[in-house]
Design a protein. Structure first.
Length: 557
């Protein structure tokens, strides 16, 4: 490193802002991926000495991690950088050193002294460093964590607790939408008021925290049937209620409310509805201290990008061979979304002998010759055939970088796609779109220069999915292109040939569109569809057969 003695003399070690808790990281155990040498060990970043520093080896990635000794509510982190700072880093917190919650991510770190307001609870705080500002390593004068230790840390109190409600819906539109569904930390299940006697005001839902608690925060993740006017109340006996918050301008989606009150019971009491339906919440989360909290299952650990290769298919089999049965299952039968093809048992999916897998969509000369009688419709004819493969049961995963190098098919009526579906679609026979869907690449032949990346979930799906197109300024089928997504617990970033064109931020999604339903295992799907609601049917200009050619599919974590 350079100029250490000069800048150390001028460094002022930062102190916490008035709103933050006390400094809790000083002289705590600390570890790091590396040290430049014995003079710059990680201990120097937590010793409170403005003249000592930790410096890493000269390479990416690196990390430094503090053990606070016990669980704490962390509300501020200060990074006092030497000139060798980080442009890109992720700050995370964990209860056990294994399962991490992201607190902050940036690719534009300014260096100097960064004072970061954060919110999280855990014992371990970690800084993952992925891009350096200089040719040297990373160097911190101080890595300071501020917050409150022990039982005073803010905790999710409502998870798994019993609840009550004015009514709840249980019909074909919302089966068993009971109060418990708002306290299960499953963003794809919900409580809703009953339609049996008409949706009416007021409507309410309450939770029993199990013991007296001090309430500091309430999070409401609304379905489109939300309350425009409601109040939050607490009670010691589930009979006499005290108001801690009220509004007549509820906006729906996700509302994070800072409140103050004590009680064993917490209630949302709605008095005006947003539409002609009732009240419905995906999640009703209560945070604070006390109560009798149940620890929810931890989220899977977040990956560091680009990560380590954990699964791939390079498609290097001999010409004419079928897809690797240890990795892919052919989906056989008619398509969905009013598609016109029949997916065959690998008749349309073969290696070309040049390191590629080809999914071919074709018009059958003799309709019915390539497809057996469908057991549902009784039909034995199909004008078009193609291929669709998935990795369900052979490779399911949560979070990572997923990429494929593909030369798409493209003509009127074609719809090639590379995408993922929640494994609970088969595990629990859960209906779409409650499982979640991540479309890394879709292309429709009627828009030859465009590709799309889109998310689908219970509150945004189909034509209302949350996504973005990318105009390639040339035909999508003109060359192989690398389609990728980087996915963790707080964001997804979609790219084509390294061009990052669409990022989904979890907080923005939840506050503007609906729940994030992507914290569980998904599996991969590749298919080359013909027809369907979006591309429309083949026309006079359609050219068949059409090949979707895959060079590789890879997953990194």
């Amino acid at each position: 490193m350079f100029a250490a003695a000069l800048v150390a003399a001028a460094l002022i070690v930062p102190t916490q802002a008035s709103a933050a808790g006390p400094l809790i990281s000083q002289n705590r155990p600390v570890t790091a991926s590396s040290s430049e040498n014995a003079a710059f060990t990680p201990v120097a970043a937590v010793d409170g000495d403005a003249g000592t520093r930790w410096s890493s080896a000269f390479g990416d990635p690196q990390w430094i991690q503090i053990d606070l000794g016990s669980s704490a509510r962390v509300d501020q982190v200060v990074l006092a950088w030497e000139a060798a700072s980080a442009r890109a880093y992720t700050l995370s917190i964990s209860p056990d050193g294994t399962n991490w919650q992201e607190l902050r991510r940036t690719t534009t770190g300014p260096g100097g002294t960064e004072t970061l307001a954060v919110t999280g609870t855990g014992r371990y705080v970690r800084l993952d460093l992925t891009q350096r500002a200089t040719q040297y390593g990373y160097s911190l004068w101080e890595f300071q964590v501020f917050g409150t230790r022990g039982s005073t840390a803010e905790t999710l109190l409502s998870y798994g607790k019993s609840g009550a409600a004015s009514t709840f819906q249980d019909d074909a539109n919302c089966g068993q939408c009971s109060p418990a569904k708002a306290f299960d930390r499953d963003p794809a299940t919900r409580w809703a008021t009953s339609a049996t006697n008409g949706w009416v005001d007021p409507g309410w839902i309450s939770v029993d925290l199990g013991a007296q608690a001090t309430i500091s925060k309430v999070v409401l993740q609304w379905d489109p049937a939300f309350a425009t006017a409601y109040r939050l109340e607490v009670s010691d006996d589930n009979a006499n209620w005290r108001q801690i918050y009220s509004t007549t301008a509820g906006r729906g989606f996700k509302e994070t409310l800072t409140v103050s009150g004590t009680g064993r019971y917490v209630r949302m009491y709605g008095t005006a509805r947003s539409n002609g339906y009732g009240y419905s919440l995906w999640e009703f989360q209560v945070y604070g201290t006390g109560g009798a909290p149940i620890t929810p299952p931890p989220l899977p650990p977040n990956p560091s990008f680009p990560g380590r290769l954990v699964w791939s298919d390079e498609f290097n089999a001999p010409a004419g061979t079928a897809p690797d049965a240890s990795k892919w299952t052919p989906e056989v039968g008619p398509g969905v979304n009013n598609e016109l093809q029949y997916y065959t048992n690998n008749n349309n999916a073969r290696h070309d002998g040049n390191g590629n897998l080809v999914l071919q969509a074709r018009r059958e000369v003799t309709p019915g010759s390539a497809c057996p009688v469908d057991p549902v419709s009784g039909s034995g004819t199909c004008q078009y055939t193609s291929g669709r493969l998935n990795t369900y049961g052979k490779f399911n995963f949560t979070y990572g970088r997923v990429e494929a190098r593909i030369k798409v098919s493209s003509t009127q009526g074609l719809w090639p796609a590379f995408w993922m579906l929640g494994a609970d679609f088969f595990d629990q026979r859960r209906p779409w779109p409650y499982t979640g869907e991540i479309d890394i690449m879709e292309h429709v032949g009627k828009e030859p220069n465009r590709v799309y990346s889109t998310l689908h979930a219970p509150q945004y799906f189909g034509a209302g999915g949350y996504g973005s197109p990318l105009d390639l300024s040339q035909p999508a089928s003109s060359a192989f292109r690398t389609f990728a997504v980087e996915w963790d617990s707080s964001h997804m970033t979609f790219s084509v040939d390294g061009n990052r064109f669409f990022t989904v931020d979890r907080e923005v999604l939840e506050t503007t569109r609906g729940p994030w339903v992507y914290d569980h295992p998904f599996f991969l799907i590749i298919n080359n569809a013909v027809g369907g609601d979006w591309p429309g049917p083949p026309g006079a200009g359609t050219q068949l057969p059409q090949d979707m050619v895959l060079d590789y599919v890879r997953v990194y974590q």
